[in-house]
Design a protein around this ligand. Structure first.
Ligand SMILES: C[S@@+](CC[C@H](N)C(=O)[O-])C[C@H]1O[C@@H](n2cnc3c(N)ncnc32)[C@H](O)[C@@H]1O
Length: 269
């Protein structure tokens, strides 16, 4: 029984990936064909939209995309990450919050899913929040919202944030929430505080892929950690998982790039 469930789930994920791959090839073909025919294909323009496709590229380059003919077209890296992450969302995506939403792709994609009531992105880098809002306007995504700020400040007003969310994404961002960053020194006191904040605004699951051991974090984070050796001892996968289990069932789902992919399912007991 367990084996057949596993096979069915594996087949479902594989079909999802194939489906996304076909869509991606289709997109590329449409774009190339549109260019050959000399069409603008509805690309954003600084004069009319306040941004261009060039603004949707840069660091982090696994979050690059462009807009063509009203479509969101990810680069291959982003497409591939989405193909791993999106099958882990709840079956119906009623709502989604992306913490560290960068240029907003995951939020905008979710907002365009039929049945999605609200998709929200938060980030500590204001230019990306402004850019994401312009993209949402261009695509007429009325159910997409973007907020600038740290999670605890925004979660203090759950109605404005739109909590609780069925799906929360934290991808390559948790180490900044735990350690702070050059963009903001705000951070959680410890894993328990971070997990408790997530549990308050989550009604479904947290999809989580982040470096959880110091050798895996970016140099900037390692430099901060080097100044705080006692706190550094608590930044381990084991300590994170122990804290997460207080509010969530922790399911491993292999890896995405170098990161372990976890789904934290909110417990109702
Ligand atoms: C490596 S990017 C990941 C972006 C996106 N989650 C993805 O996987 O494509 C890290 C993100 O965390 C945001 N960030 C950095 N410091 C932060 C902080 N202290 N609090 C919240 N977000 C932060 C950055 O602005 C950036 O959008």
């Amino acid at each position: 029984m367990l084996v057949s469930c596993g096979i069915l789930r594996g087949t479902g994920i594989l079909l999802g990936i194939i489906n996304k791959a076909v869509t991606w090839v289709q997109y590329q073909f449409l774009v190339a064909f549109g260019r050959l025919r000399g069409h603008g294909r509805g690309e954003p323009s600084p004069a009319a939209d306040g941004f261009s496709n060039d603004d949707l590229r840069g660091y982090p380059n696994n979050h690059n995309y462009r807009i063509d003919d009203g479509r969101l077209i990810p680069n291959f890296n982003l497409f591939w990450r989405a193909a791993r992450l999106q099958p882990l969302y709840t079956k119906e995506v009623g709502s989604l919050l992306d913490i560290g939403s960068a240029r907003g792709w995951f939020v905008l994609e979710a907002a365009r899913t039929p049945g999605c009531r609200l998709a929200v992105g938060i980030d500590i880098f204001e230019p990306w929040i402004e850019l994401s809002r312009k993209v949402a306007k261009k695509l007429a995504c009325d159910n997409a919202r973007f907020h600038y700020g740290f999670l605890t400040d925004l979660a203090g007003d759950p109605d404005t944030l739109g909590a609780p969310f069925d799906n929360i994404l934290i991808i390559n961002t948790y180490h900044y929430l735990f350690w702070g960053s050059g963009l903001s020194d705000k951070r959680f006191d410890d894993h328990d505080a971070a997990i408790a904040a997530l549990a308050r605004i989550c009604s479904g699951r947290v999809i989580f892929a982040n470096p959880l051991d110091l050798p895996d974090v970016p140099r900037e984070t390692r430099d901060i950690a080097a100044l705080e050796p006692e706190r550094a001892k608590t930044y381990t996968t084991e300590a994170f998982t122990r804290a997460a289990r207080r509010h969530f069932d922790v399911e491993p789902h292999g890896t995405i790039g170098k990161r372990t992919l976890l789904v934290l399912k909110k417990r109702t007991d």
